[in-house]
Design a protein around this ligand. Structure first.
Ligand SMILES: Cc1cc2nc3c(=O)[nH]c(=O)nc-3n(C[C@H](O)[C@H](O)[C@H](O)COP(=O)(O)O)c2cc1C
Length: 226
């Protein structure tokens, strides 16, 4: 009797190891393959607005380029653009992929959301591709991320490390480090799953508009004095 039971146990184990686990793996793998294009499409479909701000007779032209995945960096870039314009500049705010004619500008600001410990690849590409042009004018950068939701020396160091690949190409007159926004409903399935269940970052809009505006105002003064 005992022998028969242990034979049954072994048969169940064999069935699980030989069929069930590979089947589960296959199902998960297929689900990821099916979801990846949808995830890529969701990011590609997001509207990436361009805006311009200026006061009368402004001759100092600034380009603010941004890269985003869920949209919160767009409003940060626009807020920075508005403040710089109120200080007397003519400011164009554009997605980094639409940036052109850098020769038209006297300063450039690069802005990026952070994903998986890095600035978005289109910003790094932009810095690399245009470094000759960008090294001739003042350049600043800002990042929008969630690690700074807890202000500690360790987290500030981590945030500073995110922009290091950009600093390999360019030196910045200033760098802004801002907390961002996390809204699971704006993420594709895979990103929402990772951030919710693996990383565990809670939802919330932690953008500190006062800090963003103050940084932009101070940057405007620095750029004028350059
Ligand atoms: C999949 C994923 C990965 C993220 N990785 C990081 C990270 O490594 N470090 C960090 O500080 N924030 C991280 N964040 C938080 C985002 O940087 C933050 O939500 C930011 O506001 C997103 O900007 P966006 O809305 O313009 O895309 C991550 C968010 C998601 C969804």
């Amino acid at each position: 009797m005992k022998n028969a039971l242990s034979q049954k146990d072994t048969a169940v184990k064999n069935c699980r190891n030989n069929y069930l686990l590979p089947l589960l793996f296959l199902i998960s793998f297929s689900a990821v393959l099916l979801l990846l294009p949808a995830a890529a499409r969701a990011a590609a479909d997001m509207e990436l607005p361009e805006s311009s701000y200026s006061t009368q007779n402004s001759t100092f032209k600034i380009l603010v380029v941004y890269a985003t995945r869920a949209g919160s960096t767009i409003e940060v870039a626009q807020a920075i653009g508005k403040i710089l314009a109120s200080g007397g500049a003519a400011v164009d705010v554009k997605p980094v992929k639409n940036a052109a004619n850098l020769k038209d500008y006297q300063a450039v600001i690069l802005g990026s959301a952070i994903r998986r410990g890095a600035v978005l690849p289109e910003v790094t590409d932009f810095a690399k591709t245009n470094k000759e042009e960008l090294r001739k004018i003042p350049v600043a950068c800002f990042i929008v991320c969630m690690i700074l939701r807890e202000d500690s020396e360790q987290n500030r160091a981590k945030a500073a490390s995110y922009i290091m690949p950009l600093q390999d190409e360019l030196s910045f007159v200033d760098a802004g480090f801002f907390t961002g926004k996390l809204d699971y409903s704006r993420l594709n399935f895979i990103d929402a799953f990772i951030i919710k269940y693996f990383i565990g970052t809670p939802e919330g809009d932690l953008r500190d508009w006062q800090k963003i505006n103050d940084w932009a105002e101070n940057l405007g003064i620095k750029l004028k004095n350059k």
